[in-house]
Write a new protein. Sequence first.
Length: 267
Amino acid sequence: MSGLLAGRVALVTGAVRGIGLAAARSMAAKGAKVWIADLKPEGDTAVSQALESVPGGAYLSLDVADEGQWQAAIARIEREDGRLDILVNNAGIDGTGRVQDMTLELWRKVMSVNSDGAFLGTKHAYALLERSGKDRKGGSTIVNVSSVMGFVAFPESSAYCASKGAIRQFSKACAVEFATYGAPIRVNSVHPGFVQTPLLDEGFDRMVSRGVAEKADDLKKQVSESTPVGRLGTMQEIGDAIAFLASEEASYMTGSEMVVDGGYIAR
């Protein structure tokens, strides 16, 4: 298969829907074999539907906060494909609420998925990524999906902001560490702005239920008007940015922060 990612093997977490699925589609269209990973069991209808839009794709049931499941997932990819060129740590959840009302349980849940998941993926994929990157221009690559909330804040989003800020710095630290020790693995972060995703809808619905706004459309209107381009982003716009970072076209990029936010944080 021809394309910018021909012959590459990629793993995308949180990929049954949203930005993860968009990234998987974009990389598959560029020639990669893509493993999509999510919490749902194999054979679930949502998994089947996702795979229909990812030609040549495969599925892994994976809880990114579970170290044992990461070990099993990487072992399966190594057994079946013998290599891993691209890791996209995309799986994430939000956890809205005022600091004084938030439970420690919710705080830790957000951190375990958003931050621990990226750490565990990087840790356990490292050896296979390193080996696979030796024969590629620009090596292997890790793309960690952060957020503009790793730079700026939004009310009642302290846990989410903290977790995404952690991803931003974790990416930089890994990029410098790997380059320093000669590992052929690039690490970059992507920072979406407000994007029309199921996660955004769910978060806004919870804020409405707490009386922050009368309806979710009011919140969408608010953030759209706060964005210089005047609209929400699309999932595919972020997916395409991730696919670019995974390609040799980005071979001189590591430790970079790709902000895809319609100008939101430029103000």
